[in-house]
Design a protein around this ligand. Structure first.
Ligand SMILES: *Cc1c(COP(=O)(O)O)cnc(C)c1O
Length: 456
């Protein structure tokens, strides 16, 4: 009989969870203007706001923190970091940054500009913002099946290669400085991209003479999905799958807060000497000297060690199973979620669960607040609150009303996840009693971080 897949670690240092009651939480969330970003994290019992930078480090990573060498130039910690990156991604130049968006900012400052176009399977929001900030256009070319939440398919992060070919035929390399593939597709639910699709994209890029880069934040989770789902990879080592991915591209941007298993950090890596020179010059301006970028020596050590741990099969099997476990239990209890479950999060379909709450009364917000009051769980609305506001002041419903339960790496155990399932079940059982919200106060842009709401 198949056994339970256990957490492949023992816990050696713990952080207490402050237990609160629904009455206390109702008061706390009202004081926060019903905006979960405004809560004190101490008032949250299970924090599923994001998987970014919220993971637990290993004993070896903490040992690395002690070993961190803080020399301004040429620190041994830098060489360990550079070696660990190149062991998986053998690009010629590695440029350390304080987090992923700093790598994006530097790359697009050099490559972007008005009348440039950057295609991606789906731009993550900071990537899109950094492309658009230069005046360039960010184009998402996801295959249509990736946009259907109920469709179960193995690689819903795949790019529409025919659409990419048409775009490159029309605009050419003069207008398209780089093509990006985001693995896994974060904004599309953490869905993986197949190696077959990456190869096809590579061919089109080569045909048009345009470089290909990865936004590689969840490269290890993507490689695990390839091992599990793509014919011919079941017996391969994840490290070799990662190297096979890396060999298809000319460079990458990375947030070490995801599959770096660190709390901070990132990098830009690439082969082109001239582009690397321009990027390093900008790095010195905004991040720091090229052997530390925006990072301390101890951060470089933690990331170097994290990169060794993140490709362990025991870790990845546990990681992907623990997200799938939450998703499977919710599906079994009849809670509508996006399928199949991606690598780092489960997305509840609030539109389907709360059909009586119109989009402009924010069903995702209503569900997120209810999960907090019921069980102290912090999730993230990804719907009309996040995407409904336009620069001209108008408001329209988002395409989907989702509530994301993002799973921090190595932080919560199976009993925490069982508790989350129970709380979601209890809220779902009284879904028809939940009411919507109106916005009482909001800034002109990015309102989801600071808006104040009032219950209807
Ligand atoms: C998190 C993330 C980024 C940005 O990285 P930060 O470290 O948060 O700046 C870029 N792309 C994707 C896909 C991400 O998930």
């Amino acid at each position: 009989m198949a056994r339970t897949i256990i957490e492949p670690f023992r816990i050696k240092s713990v952080e207490p969870i402050r237990q609160t009651t629904p009455e206390e939480r109702a008061k706390l969330v009202a004081e926060a203007g019903y905006n979960l970003f405004q809560l004190h994290a101490d008032d949250v019992m299970i924090d599923l706001l994001t998987d970014s930078g919220t993971g637990a480090m290993s004993a070896e990573q903490w040992a690395g923190v002690q070993r961190g060498n803080e020399a301004y130039a040429g620190s041994p910690s830098w060489f360990r970091f550079e070696g660990a990156v190149k062991a998986l991604f053998p690009y010629k130049h590695v440029i350390p940054t304080h987090q992923g968006r700093a790598a994006e900012k530097i790359l697009f400052t050099v490559l972007g500009g008005p009348d440039k176009i950057v295609p991606n399977n789906t731009h993550f929001d900071t990537t899109r913002a950094n492309v658009e900030f230069t005046g360039a256009q960010a184009v998402d070319l996801l295959l249509p099946e990736g946009k259907d939440p109920a469709l179960v398919a193995p690689f819903k992060g795949d790019m529409d290669v025919a659409a990419l070919d048409r775009l490159l035929t029309e605009h050419g390399k003069a207008k398209v400085p780089v093509v990006f593939i985001t693995v896994t597709n974060n904004s599309g639910g953490g869905q993986p991209v197949s190696l077959q699709n990456m190869r096809a994209v590579r061919e089109v890029c080569t045909k048009h003479g345009v470089p290909l880069f990865f936004d590689a934040c969840r490269f290890a989770e993507n490689a695990w999905f390839i091992r599990e789902r793509e014919p011919g990879y079941a017996d391969k080592d994840v490290k070799d799958i990662v190297r096979e991915m890396a060999a298809l591209a000319d460079g990458m941007t990375m947030s070490a807060k995801k599959d770096g298993l660190a709390n901070m950090g990132g990098w830009l890596a690439l082969n082109d000497d001239d582009l690397a020179l321009q990027c390093r010059n900008l790095l010195i301006l905004t991040e720091g000297f090229p052997t530390y970028g925006g990072l301390s020596g101890r951060d470089l050590e933690a990331i170097a060690q994290g990169l060794e741990e993140v490709v362990h099969h025991d870790y990845l099997q546990y990681r992907i199973r623990s997200t799938g476990y939450l998703g499977d239990k919710l599906v079994a209890s009849g809670v509508p979620i996006m399928r199949p479950v991606g690598g780092h999060a489960v997305y509840i379909d609030a539109k389907a669960l709360l059909p009586h709450i119109p989009a402009l009364e924010y069903p995702g917000q209503a569900l997120a607040v209810a999960l907090y009051v019921e069980g102290g769980i912090r999730s993230c609305e990804i719907g009309t609150v996040m995407f409904g506001q336009h620069p001209d002041g108008t408001e329209t419903p988002a395409a989907m009303e989702l509530v994301r339960l993002a799973i921090p790496r190595r932080v919560y155990t199976q009993s925490h996840v069982d508790y989350v399932v129970e709380v979601v079940q209890d809220v779902a059982a009284r879904a028809k009693d939940l009411r919507g919200y109106r916005i009482a106060e909001a800034p002109p842009a990015l309102r989801h971080f600071t808006a104040r709401f009032a219950p209807l």
